[in-house]
Design a protein around this ligand. Structure first.
Ligand code: PEP
Ligand code: MN
Length: 333
């Protein structure tokens, strides 16, 4: 259950309600909110006087549920740039998988800026599956991102891999990405609940939709309402593509959650040849954004080389996006 408490209730009463219902308590602006386990279906006799409004929930998808909040949450990305709500915006986020050098990120940022794209994404702490491959530039990479952010007025999205660098990432990023492999890391999720910066959570490739949205619940119930979900492909029996982009799951998330949804066709496909078609299919789903990996010279990329688009390929894809977005009543931003 979600309980919105009446204003002005004594802290000791809130604490005793919290204990009685084994609830999580957080503040939503001036409002105190309690979230109990979803198996609780009733406000107990005598407690009604403390409760302004309450919602009985079917599962522990609670704060993220469209039953609680039928409108999509609106999340501000920059001044005059939001996604979700009734904005109808589909945000384009692009950039290389990793920050590799000053020259590479400068070329990427200048290209993105020349197209009028507002959000650059690149990783500095890479969750590689082998310890012998490029692991990212770390803090040096964050500083390079900060430099191009200032030069081009871009917003930066970059990922946190583990707790060792979470404070730096929260400090430098405009949007914090929690990668697919880190989706279950509750230390990261709880820390991301303590900032108000938007948090983009990628779906673990072996996670059910329930587990995915419950990861978001850790951030929401810790007091950060700015959560974005990112479908990036799940593992199936198929090996010809890197993962399988779960568009059925996206339809579920659109229907049953109040969180903006961004799709990442690059990591799902794993090969550049499929990315443009998939991106258009994603946009046709009427979602809040796409995340596409691009690199000035994909052949020499230090991570995810096979899936990144070169700038020419991306530009031609970008030009085709408006027509698809327009067909489903949305606009590319
Ligand atoms: C990435 O975004 O570069 C990345 C590593 O993605 P994922 O966490 O989805 O594997
Ligand atoms: Mn990548």
């Amino acid at each position: 259950m979600i309980l919105h408490l009446n204003q002005g209730i004594d802290h000791s009463v809130i604490n005793s309600l919290k204990d009685k219902y084994q609830a999580i308590h957080f503040a939503l602006g001036q409002k105190d909110v309690l979230v109990t386990p979803s198996k609780d279906k009733q406000v107990q006799a005598g407690d009604e006087k403390y409760v302004e409004q309450h919602w009985v929930m079917d599962s522990d998808i609670q704060l993220a549920s469209s039953k609680y909040m039928p409108e999509k949450r609106q999340i501000e990305i920059a001044n005059n740039l939001s996604i979700g709500g009734n904005t109808g915006n589909t945000l384009v986020i692009t950039g290389p998988c990793s920050v590799e050098s000053e020259e590479q990120i400068e070329t990427s940022a200048s290209f993105i800026h020349s197209l009028g794209i507002k959000v650059l994404r690149a990783g500095c702490y890479k969750p590689r599956t082998s310890p012998y491959t490029f692991q990212g530039l770390g803090l040096e990479g964050l500083k390079l991102l900060d430099k191009v952010r200032q030069k081009y007025g871009l917003k930066i999205i970059t990922e946190v891999k583990d707790s060792s660098h979470i404070d730096e990432v929260i400090e430098y990023a405009d949007i914090v990405q929690i990668g697919a492999k880190a989706m279950y890391d509750q230390g990261i999720l709880k820390k991301c609940a303590k900032t108000q910066k938007p948090i983009l959570i990628k779906r673990g490739f072996g996670s059910t939709l329930q587990e995915f949205v419950q990861a978001a619940e850790f951030v929401l119930s810790g007091g950060n309402p700015n959560v974005i979900l990112c479908e990036r492909g799940i593992r199936t029996f198929e090996t010809k593509t890197r993962f399988t982009l779960d568009l059925c799951g996206v339809a579920y998330l659109k229907e049953y959650t109040n969180l903006p949804i961004i799709l990442d066709p690059s990591h799902a496909m794993g090969y550049s040849y499929g990315v443009a078609d998939l991106t258009r299919a994603c946009i046709a789903m009427g979602i809040d954004g796409v995340l596409i990996e691009t690199h000035p010279n994909p052949a020499v990329a230090k991570s995810d080389a096979s899936q990144q688009l070169n700038h020419e390929q991306f530009q031609s894809l970008y030009q085709s996006m408006n027509a698809v977005a327009g067909a489903v009543g949305r606009k590319i931003v």
